[in-house]
Design a protein around this ligand. Structure first.
Ligand code: MF3
Ligand code: CO
Length: 257
């Protein structure tokens, strides 16, 4: 198998990527804070469109491979790529994943979080805590000299410790000038080590973990929404990380100014 390419961004690119990522994380928090039971996922998507427009940027998802919405909104057993719908009302005990991408001035940001409405059951608590900790463990492994597989292993270990199913069909990715850049960042350890991590690489680490089995299927009607096969809940957290000489830098992180 040929070695997977990586993209090392220039300092000028990183400045643009940093700004896009920061605005994306701002929109992510605005959308997450706006989720209310009783609203439709279409309303939430429209609101997200307004938050994105207020940054001066554009949705990085709308029109991407024909994707028809501003953001991805995935509820309960939906894993990722849920499309806001006027027929879908958010319930009092739902968990809602919001995945946001903003393109602005030559940079692209991409990040996600999952919010729980109402008091979480012990299982939902385990799902959300496990998925967020898996992301954090992956980020901690995103250091120069490590390989992609070290991130994958860190994510997988936490997922196993929390007895969560690891989705294999979808993976993290390089990001920055385009939304999807090489390399792939799987949430499980495969055959090889994957590329070496070098300063200037920007990657999205995004565990998608299930309360039940890892198996997922794509909706036959909209061809986007990915759901668990067993109908159990799934969570998704995503951050964009810059590989540096030293500590990994989370780019989808709002600085308080
Ligand atoms: N965060 C998702 C990803 O990393 C967003 C893609 S949704 C799409 O792939 F609709 F734009 F494809
Ligand atoms: Co992504």
């Amino acid at each position: 198998m040929p070695r997977q390419a990586v993209i090392i961004h220039t300092p000028e690119e990183i400045a643009r990527i940093r700004r896009a990522a920061e605005l994306t994380s701002l929109v992510r928090s605005q959308v997450a804070a706006a989720v209310r039971p009783g609203m439709t996922t279409f309303d939430l998507d429209q609101l997200a469109g307004e938050f994105i427009a207020a940054t001066g940027g554009k949705s990085a998802f709308l029109g991407y491979c024909g994707y028809p919405a501003n953001i991805c909104i995935s509820v309960n057993d939906e894993v990722v790529h849920g499309i806001g719908s006027p027929q879908k009302v958010i319930g009092e005990h739902d968990i809602v994943s919001v995945d946001v991408g903003v393109a602005i001035d030559g940079g692209v940001g991409d990040c996600a979080t999952t919010v729980c409405l109402g008091t979480p059951t012990p299982d939902i608590k385990r799902l959300l805590e496990g998925t967020e900790r898996a992301l954090d463990a992956g980020i901690a492994a995103a250091r120069r000299g490590n390989h992609i597989c070290d991130i994958s292993r860190a994510v997988q270990e936490v997922a196993h410790r929390y007895h969560l199913g690891v989705v294999r069909e979808l993976v993290g990715h390089g990001c920055g000038v385009k939304m999807h850049e090489p390399p792939e960042v799987p949430n499980f350890v495969g055959w090889g080590k994957g590329p070496l991590l070098e300063p200037g690489m920007v990657i999205c680490i995004e565990p998608m973990l299930n309360l039940g089995t890892a198996a997922v299927k794509t909706d036959h009607h909209d061809h986007w929404t990915v759901r668990t096969v067993d109908g159990k809940y799934s969570a998704h957290f995503e951050n964009m990380v810059l590989i540096t000489e030293n500590e990994p830098e989370i780019l989808t992180w709002q600085k308080t100014m």
